[in-house]
Design a binder for this molecule. Sequence first.
Ligand code: GTP
Ligand code: MG
Length: 231
Amino acid sequence: MGDHETHGREPLTPDGGEASAAALEAGRKLFAQECRFLLGVARLDQLPPGDLPEVAFAGRSNVGKSSLLNALTRRNTLARTSNTPGRTREINFFRLGGKSGPALRLVDLPGYGYARVSKADVARWTRLLRAYLRGRANLRRACVLVDARHGIKDSDREIMTLLDQTAVSYQVVLTKADKLKPGALERRCAEVRAAIARRVAAHPRLIATSAQTGLGIDELRAAISELAAIV
Ligand code: GTP
Ligand code: MG
């Protein structure tokens, strides 16, 4: 496990959900292009125009959103990561793609569920996050990141319920899969799959990833490449 050069030959995820060779190739090509930071937004009126499809990364603080973005784009420093939870305080937009070909925006969202900041800050970020998730017509999918060690928490359920209610398609992505032994990861996947089975806007395929070993990264690139626009 963890060898993300084996694409097309064996399942990359413990559920055996394998992307086709064509999808893996499309994902590889999409993410081999340039990716650059566009802007960070602290207020809704600063959002960029909705002229490109967007894929957003949501999840509890410290779940590994920024690390996953860096792994997907093969950059160590694109999105800021840290040991101090709550570091991503704005909605950060990145443009993936060149002047022609497949393109989309990757959106690094502020983490939710972090207690050690002021209530006013939490309320402000929560409002911003919810308003973005609820009202963005070009948001093609939200990746809801869940720490493989911890499973789905109440704050994840709240976000999933919001996405179900607003009919925003979302895909659950387990992070930090390297921290679990294979058997424990299997069990976690089965538990999470059962929890999302009845949610209307949830994509049925669960992808277990590790930004550290590369597990599931090709698979997630393939899934995201289906959402890109041709510019
Ligand atoms: P906020 O911006 O605060 O919401 O956090 P985030 O979700 O962006 O998390 P971030 O990527 O900053 O990662 C948080 C911590 O988890 C860092 O110390 C990372 O090195 C670690 N981490 C992230 N992904 C992985 C992974 O796949 N495996 C392991 N072992 N650690 C990881
Ligand atoms: Mg972050």
